[in-house]
Design a protein. Structure first.
Length: 161
């Protein structure tokens, strides 16, 4: 499984934690050269800044969640969606915390794993920590070493990258 990114958004739409993984490059064949008849390769776009990336992910999740609720009613929930390049997995807690994970398209729905990250890691190491802030004004995020190491271990054990 290829894991691209993981985000946590608080109820005030602030990204309080984000982590990106760089996928290993795909091997390219040195013997394959573009032919003269082939169209030129599409130009690559410049990478977005980290904050712009977080805003786009939250806007996408917010819009899709609202669309699902308007089309299906308040009982329907947004779980995931897939494009040709990646799959977005979504989990929202009862306190309106949003956990988002971007993976390869072939991955099954990871909603149960996002719930485990919230229940076993976030609640244990961030919420129950008396030194951690309860609100994250101005984008002050989760800066908890236990949470980060626990997340790394969880991902290595359950979701081999």
């Amino acid at each position: 499984m290829v894991l691209y990114a993981f985000y946590i958004f608080d109820r005030h739409t602030q990204c309080i934690y984000s982590r990106r993984w760089t996928p290993s490059p795909r091997p390219t064949s040195s013997s394959s050269k573009p032919s003269a008849d082939a169209p030129p390769a599409a130009p690559t776009r410049a990478p977005l800044s980290h904050s712009d990336d977080e805003k786009l992910i939250f806007g996408l999740v917010f819009s899709l969640r609202n669309l699902v609720q308007k089309l299906g009613g308040t009982d329907d929930t947004f779980l995931s969606y897939r494009t040709g390049e990646y799959k977005l997995h979504y989990y929202e807690t009862p306190t309106r915390m949003k956990f988002v994970m971007l993976t390869d398209t072939k991955v099954i729905n990871l909603r149960q794993y996002l719930h485990q990250i919230w229940a076993n890691l976030y609640v244990e190491y961030v919420v129950k920590n008396p030194l951690a802030p309860t609100e994250h004004p101005g984008g002050i995020g989760v800066a908890n070493e236990l949470f980060e190491t626990g997340l790394e271990r969880f991902i290595e054990a359950v979701l081999p990258v």
